[in-house]
Design a binder for this molecule. Structure first.
Ligand code: HEC
Length: 124
């Protein structure tokens, strides 16, 4: 019986080590090395640390909104459709929404009417 359990244990450790190795992270950037990571590295590190990217999580739409915000206000270049697709897929698949994170704010039009709006935010 004993050798059997030792073999089973070793096999389990081997399988677990394989799956751990499967997620390889680039040491310099912290980006997960799967398809598209080099495109993200080549286009997203000129202005800020990749920590800003790896600490963020979101749906495809949220990533798109962040990219569009940087393009509109921070001088990020526009990407051709193929490159944009690669970047968005990479980000939403590897840095997708976290289950335990705070949900994003409701769309203003979905919010209930604010009875204090007049006193707190005077109409200009
Ligand atoms: C042209 C410069 C520039 C490039 C290139 C750039 N960004 Fe940014 N990005 C910014 C600036 C500026 C900020 C705001 C930094 C801050 O708040 O300190 C920012 C913020 C962010 C944030 C944080 C947004 C938030 O809501 O907190 C994320 C995530 C991000 N960038 C991802 C990316 C990704 C992904 C790429 C590549 C597609 C990219 N950035 C390329 C300028 C850039």
């Amino acid at each position: 019986m004993k050798p059997f359990f030792i073999k089973l244990l070793l096999t389990l450790i081997f399988i677990i080590s394989l799956s751990v190795q499967a997620v390889e992270v680039d040491k310099a950037t912290g980006l997960i090395k799967v398809e598209g990571w080099e495109t993200v590295r080549n286009n997203c590190i000129a202005c800020h640390s990749t920590k800003l990217i790896t600490q963020n999580h979101g749906t495809r739409n949220r990533w798109l909104a962040m990219i569009e915000w940087m393009q509109a206000t921070q001088g990020l270049q526009r990407f051709d459709a193929e490159k944009q697709e690669t970047i968005l897929s990479y980000l939403s698949e590897n840095f997708g929404p976290k289950k335990d994170a705070r949900r994003s704010s409701l769309d203003p039009q979905l919010m209930p009417k604010n009875p204090y709006k007049k006193t707190l935010q005077p109409q200009l």
